[in-house]
Design a protein around this ligand. Structure first.
Ligand SMILES: [Zn+2]
Length: 216
């Protein structure tokens, strides 16, 4: 499995050679170290439980595009890719929904709309996301739902409803996780040691629920 500590060490904007989408990413304050710590803790726990885990970012300052992350997951033959993010007031999971899309200005200056059309992968991601969200709900003691994202009004990010990494992953089913603490931690606001510990436990339990380790 592949754990993806979200966000990039620096602001980047690169057009994906395969799909043409603009892969724009940026450091996001406290989120970078928070999700890296959570991913590292979760990796250790999952390895102790017998899983093979690859981290898709080597350290908080590494610059690695969404395509490079997907390539790393594919090279590792991951059976699931999990993007780990935090956001204030947000505790939800985004699946690779069939018909999900992003739209914006391509490298040639023309408007480009890229739609997720892989029905088989959408089904897999939907199943995994649903198990993942249910297990997170139990650990976090609150309802975590599988929902659709909305990137409208977030220019210069392309409009649409699917995270870029979920849109471009065509072999590995992807689950995109957002977490916020009850007191407003998440995104550029630190989630604190308690938040990190809870999120890591939640990711571990959710991953085990989604992918029983007889598959590993
Ligand atoms: Zn994020």
């Amino acid at each position: 499995m592949a754990l993806d500590p979200g966000h990039n060490g620096q602001s980047i904007s690169v057009f994906d050679k395969i799909t043409g989408v603009e892969m724009r990413d940026y450091p996001n304050g406290a989120e970078d170290a928070d999700v890296f710590a959570v991913a590292t803790t979760a990796k250790r726990a999952l390895e102790r439980a017998g899983y093979t885990v690859v981290l898709l970012k080597k350290n908080t300052s590494e610059s690695v595009t969404y395509r490079q992350r997907v390539d790393r997951a594919e090279r590792a033959e991951a059976d699931i890719g999990i993007s780990i993010h935090t956001s204030p007031g947000e505790h939800s999971v985004f699946d690779q929904r069939l018909g999900g899309y992003r739209e914006g200005t391509g490298a040639d200056g023309q408007t480009l709309r890229v739609t997720f059309k892989n029905a088989d992968l959408a089904r897999k991601s939907g199943r995994l996301s649903s198990k993942f969200a249910t297990a997170r709900s139990q650990v976090e003691g609150r309802q975590v739902n599988v929902v659709q994202n909305n990137f409208g009004g977030r220019a210069p990010l392309w409009a649409g409803d699917l995270p870029m990494i979920s849109l471009i992953s065509q072999k590995v089913p992807w689950v995109y996780s957002e977490f916020g603490t009850v007191d407003g931690g998440g995104g550029s606001n630190p989630i604190g040691p308690t938040g990190r510990s809870l999120y890591a436990r939640s990711i571990v339990a959710a991953t085990k629920a989604a992918v029983p380790n007889t598959c590993e």
